[in-house]
Design a binder for this molecule. Structure first.
Ligand code: ATP
Ligand code: MG
Length: 418
């Protein structure tokens, strides 16, 4: 037998309603923020991620699904959603439109990671991208969009952590300070952090190893190294969130795992799903569009892990939507009835009802059992007697009541009650 690849999941028909539910909510909220969808390809030229995501990140160093296509080009399955959107923004000259350009995406994301609860090799993200807006108001707007989704889903318990990692100028000063703080501990840090020390010391704060976490516990905070402009930007974001009544914690350890961030970074974290608690991560990335070949253009956004979101909803006992149940099940009991059943089903469906009927050539009892099992609200019985009398039996499966209904009146009878 051929098994599913490690770290991937089937969404079976019994559980796909959960996906429809969360995707429905995120799309509704995006619409209420006047954001349209962008769809970009599942794979891109590898070069895009090398330039966009950055070659000092775990994603680019260890996690990408890269392959050579039959034309000898190096391609990579999307390891995140933003770089492809930035490429599309440039390639389609969207910067020529009145700004901002606001987009959302829902996409599979591929990362060669060690599979564990909440960590898959293929997961799905809902993401927001705001291009062209430099103002702290845009940062606030994307944070509010994520918050609105969580509120709409009833998840009040996520904590919002915010930080600012400044611009390249602030970062340079901070990196020097961090390096002089960490210098004497270099040998005690994990191999990855030893590499990060020279390439991108800020990322050491993102290390999940206990030893490294202990070393960085009292490290200087990047927020104390912000230039005046970055500081004002950060303070404005915080003030606007406070004015909206949004609770947040300034967490100087949040630096995010991708190289493209500047200024605002944030995460929504759950206490309920174990170690992989970050449900949504985002921030500002003013350098990205230029980095992947466009004219300089400020941008801000986030990525939200949909599997983790569903885990949070389930762990808190919140709604994950409802399984579809047919309104009507038609039970044909003879050949003639079977002949006309599809056309009756079509008429009922045209009225907007969900209708199922026997395609297994079963007898009455197993059909009744099946109708009960799938939770049908009404059972329409068509047998020899019914055909002769010109009436059909309609059973309300909740109350158990059964009525004989004129054939011609059936569609309206059921449609009015269901
Ligand atoms: P983590 O620190 O947990 O590895 P990350 O910083 O790599 O997360 P992002 O690149 O910001 O994550 O992706 C945005 C969101 O996508 C995360 O907050 C998380 O909800 C989800 N996510 C990331 N990687 C995975 C994965 N391997 N499996 C499932 N969900 C994931
Ligand atoms: Mg990661």
């Amino acid at each position: 037998m051929i098994n599913i690849p490690k770290g991937t999941k089937d969404v079976l028909p019994k559980e796909s309603y959960k996906w429809h539910y969360v995707e429905g909510v995120v799309k509704d909220v995006a619409k209420s923020f006047c954001v349209n969808e962008i769809r970009t390809p599942t794979f891109e030229h590898t070069e895009l991620f090398l330039r966009g995501v950055g070659d000092t990140t775990d994603i680019v160093n260890k996690e990408m699904y890269t392959f050579e296509d039959k034309g000898g080009r190096s391609m990579t399955l999307k390891p995140e959603g933003t770089a492809g959107v930035a490429r599309a923004f440039i390639e389609n000259s969207l910067y020529g439109n009145t700004q901002p350009t606001k987009m959302f995406y829902i996409t599979p994301v591929f990362r060669y990671e060690k599979p564990q609860a909440g960590r898959l090799r293929e997961h799905h993200q809902f993401g927001i991208e705001y291009y062209g807006a430099e103002s702290p108001s845009a940062d606030v707007e994307v944070i509010l969009l994520a918050k609105t989704i969580f509120d709409r889903l009833g998840v009040g318990k996520l904590s919002l952590n915010i930080n600012s990692i400044g611009c390249p100028e602030c970062r340079k000063k901070y990196n020097d300070a961090l390096k002089s703080y960490l210098g004497s501990h270099l040998k005690e840090m994990c191999a990855t952090c030893q590499e990060r020390f020279d390439k991108n010391p800020l990322r050491i704060l993102d290390c999940k190893e206990e030893g490294c976490k202990a070393i960085t516990k009292d490290a200087p905070s990047v927020i104390d190294y912000l230039c005046d402009d970055c500081k004002a930007h950060h303070e404005s974001v915080c003030a606007q969130l406070t004015a909206c009544g949004v609770e947040y914690k300034i967490n100087p350890r949040i630096v995010r795992g991708l190289d493209y961030y500047t200024r605002t970074v944030f995460e929504f974290v759950s206490e309920n799903i174990g170690a992989q608690g970050t449900v949504c991560g985002g921030g500002r990335y003013n350098g990205l569009v230029e980095q992947v070949g466009g004219k300089p253009c400020p941008a801000v956004g986030f990525g939200m892990g949909l599997e983790r979101l569903i885990l949070v909803l389930e762990s808190l006992g919140l709604s994950v939507g409802e399984e579809y149940v047919p309104t009507v099940y038609i039970a044909p009991l003879c050949d003639k009835a079977r002949e006309i059943t599809p056309s009756i089903a079509l008429k009922l469906r045209a009225k907007g009802l969900s209708v199922d009927y026997d395609v297994m050539d079963r007898g009455f009892k197993p059909q009744l059992k099946y109708a009960n099992k799938i939770g049908a609200k009404y059972l329409v019985i068509i047998g020899e007697d019914e055909l002769q009398s010109g009436k059909v039996g309609v059973k309300d499966m909740t109350s158990g009541e059964q009525q004989q209904v004129e054939f011609d009146a059936l569609v309206d009878y059921v449609a009015q009650r269901a």
